[in-house]
Design a protein around this ligand. Structure first.
Ligand code: 13P
Ligand code: SF4
Length: 328
């Protein structure tokens, strides 16, 4: 089984089609004292069976405080890595180890180390969407929930490198007025929205509010009525009296929006081509079946070398301390 697992990145075990997989997952979680943490971009069935659904910050905070023996992370690799770094003594499982992130991939450690060396007097603030190696090269981690406050908390004279997302970086520069050096990375999902189609959709739905994740490009963000992390977008749709929302982020979040406000209408912002490319192909590698076998056999497990855990933990702890200070 391990050889196949190593090759494929997930356990290729057939599940009995007559199995009530939701009940089996619930049973296994209880038996094994396992907690299932899921990101909003996971498929609906995984969200429905999760113990906690959240954005990157919420998921890291949950991982840091759980009493479970096993964390099953339904999300992408860098998120599960963050959980392992925060809980090195727990078993952290990821249903499919291939669930990567184009943004994290856009920042290879050797190139980033050279970039950092070119700016020796800069503080390195890094978006959590990066590998453990990049975290180990950073001073403070942030997420889209706390990035503006974290940058604002740094004294005005301090020069800053922001990596890896240039779109989020540019948005923070606009919000804080800080002149940061940006790494040239981006997310494949948030860069595909069509401005023309969004403008057309807005004219067809004049009372709809247009909301966007800060990983979107500037011309999209400039049109947005509200910009925020996935949790902030969800809360915005709950708290506003408007009944229609055009949503520029990965489509998985629409499930929680619709559940929280069944009387409202949520329209995914359209991509440039007629593809489903506002679905994150990495997030969607996890399936309910892979999740079930992963929990049953406790594989694949995320392993990170101890020295890397120690280094990468420092900037993550700084983020969690600052977030607690900001009341996030
Ligand atoms: P959030 O932190 O808003 O959940 O964003 C995660 C992510 O991967 C966005 O693409
Ligand atoms: Fe990475 Fe983008 Fe997918 Fe988020 S949506 S996990 S940033 S590729």
């Amino acid at each position: 089984m391990d050889t196949v697992l190593l090759k494929k990145g997930f356990l290729d075990v057939e599940t009995d089609p007559s199995l009530n997989i939701f009940e089996e997952i619930k049973k296994l979680k209880k038996e094994k004292n396992a907690v299932l943490l899921a990101h909003y971009y996971q498929e609906n069935d995984i969200q429905d069976v999760a113990d906690y659904i959240g954005d990157s910050l919420g998921l890291a905070q949950q991982a840091a405080r759980t009493n479970a023996d096993i964390i099953v992370f339904a999300g992408v690799h860098f998120m599960a890595e963050t959980a392992k770094i925060l809980c090195p003594d727990k078993k952290v499982l990821l249903p499919d180890l291939n669930a990567g992130c184009s943004l994290a991939d856009s920042c290879p450690p050797e190139k980033f180390a050279a970039f950092k060396a070119e700016h020796p007097d800069h503080l390195v603030i890094t978006y959590v969407n990066c590998s453990a190696d990049i975290k180990a090269l950073s001073d403070i981690i942030c997420t889209s929930s706390n990035a503006v406050q974290i940058v604002n908390s740094i004294h005005a004279g301090q020069k800053i490198i922001f990596a890896p997302d240039k779109n989020l970086g540019r948005y923070i520069v606009e919000k804080t007025g800080r002149d940061m050096v940006l790494w040239n990375g981006s997310c494949m999902v948030h860069e595909i929205f069509s401005l023309q189609k969004i403008v057309r959709l807005k004219s067809q739905h004049p009372s709809a509010l247009f909301i966007a994740h800060p990983e979107c490009e500037k011309q999209i963000l400039d049109k947005a009525d509200f910009i925020g992390s996935t949790t902030a977008l969800l809360n915005f749709t709950i708290n506003r009296k408007e009944k229609e929302f055009i949503v520029a982020t990965e489509t998985g979040i629409l499930h929680q929006m619709q559940k929280a406000s069944p009387e409202k209408t949520f329209i995914p912002a359209p991509p440039d081509s007629n593809c489903a490319c506002n679905d994150c192909p990495h997030m969607k590698l996890n399936t309910l079946e892979k999740l079930y076998v992963c929990l049953k056999y406790e594989k694949p497990e995320l392993i990170i070398p101890e020295h890397l855990i120690q280094k990468a933990r420092i900037p993550i702890d700084r983020m969690l301390e600052l977030s607690a200070k900001f009341g996030l």
